[in-house]
Design a protein around this ligand. Structure first.
Ligand SMILES: NC(=O)c1ccc[n+]([C@@H]2O[C@H](COP(=O)([O-])OP(=O)(O)OC[C@H]3O[C@@H](n4cnc5c(N)ncnc54)[C@H](O)[C@@H]3O)[C@@H](O)[C@H]2O)c1
Length: 319
């Protein structure tokens, strides 16, 4: 029998492996369900058994001791794209803290596995599924693997995104197409894959991370191509809200403003200060600011909220 302690030891070993990560997926070698639950994705992946985590490790004990998070998502399964770092990882941490089993999906295997270990190390339930959202066939394989492994997804957070910054005359068709494929087409493919199961079960949450750039034609550091993709996500979300509303499935969009992540780390200090001077609260967002909004929209308290575009931007957009 796999004990809670052996799981923790297993996670510790995973963490050690990550310290000296070689760029390859490392799996634990204890005789635990952790072994043999790798995804069938083309890219290697590491999984933690969600039931094991829930039943054997007393998931939530640590969280309950912290006292600040409710566990209303207990038994729910959430897929978060681009969750190896930044906003996506904060969302994964948040939903795991609310009791969901979270599937961290990302192109970055090492960071994704590290994220699984971090969440597991604090009593959460997480697994990793590798994907390149820039390859539609890979997205379809991800959807198949996840459905085979978990039967269903209750919460889909389309978070992954890439940005394009130059003026339109500098953007090649190939760059535009890859951006649209990652930022918009993947949202369509994953929604199409998981919405039928959500409507059949009578409960579901689709939360898309767009951008204020999608409402104002770019700006900040995104350009018109990025704005087009994110504007498409906003419109698509409203359409899904309309299509799925009577089935207990909500679909909402969150538009972050400037948020400190790797995505915005290329801004110069001067650019950053200029943007901050336009934010009423006087600071950039942090990933947990966005994650808090996702946690609320995923909860039962938000069952009457759908089709909304929620700016989480410190007041930058005020109309
Ligand atoms: N940070 C901001 O200021 C800001 C503002 C507005 C909107 N957003 C949006 O928030 C979301 C998260 O952004 P972030 O700031 O955390 O960015 P980030 O670059 O820190 O993280 C993005 C994640 O997506 C993953 N990813 C990139 N390409 C991928 C691909 N082809 N397949 C799978 N995964 C891939 C990356 O590996 C990374 O883990 C994005 O959609 C972004 O457009 C961010």
């Amino acid at each position: 029998m796999f004990s809670g302690n052996s799981e923790r030891a297993c996670l510790a070993r995973l963490s050690e492996n990550f310290e000296g990560a070689q760029g390859n997926a490392e799996t634990c070698h204890c005789e635990a369900p952790l072994n043999g639950r790798e995804t069938r994705s083309r890219l290697p992946a590491v999984r933690l058994n969600p039931n094991h985590c829930l039943e054997e490790t007393g998931l939530g004990d640590g969280i309950a001791a912290g006292g600040s998070m409710q566990r209303e998502l207990n038994g729910r399964v959430a897929l978060i794209t681009g969750a190896a770092r930044g906003i996506g990882f904060a969302i994964a941490e948040r939903l795991a803290g609310q009791g969901a089993h979270v599937i961290i999906s990302d192109i970055d295997l090492v960071a994704g596995e590290h994220g699984v270990a971090r969440i597991g190390g604090t009593g959460g339930s997480a697994s990793f599924a590798a994907v390149d959202l820039g390859q539609p066939s890979d997205v379809l394989r991800l959807a198949e693997d996840v459905r085979r492994e978990h039967s269903r997804i209750d919460i889909l957070v389309n978070n992954a995104g890439v940005v394009s910054t130059g003026p339109v005359e500098t953007v090649e068709l190939e760059e535009f197409q890859r951006l649209v494929t990652i930022d918009l087409t993947a949202v369509f493919l994953l929604t199409k894959a998981f919405l039928p199961d959500m409507t059949a079960s009578g409960w579901g949450r689709i939360i898309n991370i767009a951008s204020i750039a999608g409402q104002q034609g770019g700006g900040m550091f995104g350009n018109s191509c990025y704005a087009a993709a994110k504007g498409g996500v906003i419109a698509f979300s409203k359409g899904i809200a309309r299509e799925a509303g009577r089935s207990g499935v909500t679909c909402n969009t969150i538009c972050p403003g400037l948020t400190d992540t790797a995505l915005t780390s290329t801004l110069t200090d001067a650019q950053r200060e200029q943007i901050i001077s336009t934010i009423p609260v006087g600071r950039p967002g942090e990933p947990h600011d966005i994650a808090g909004a996702v946690g609320f929209l995923a909860s039962d308290e938000a069952s009457f909220i759908t089709g909304v575009t929620l700016n989480v931007d410190g007041g930058f957009m005020r109309y």
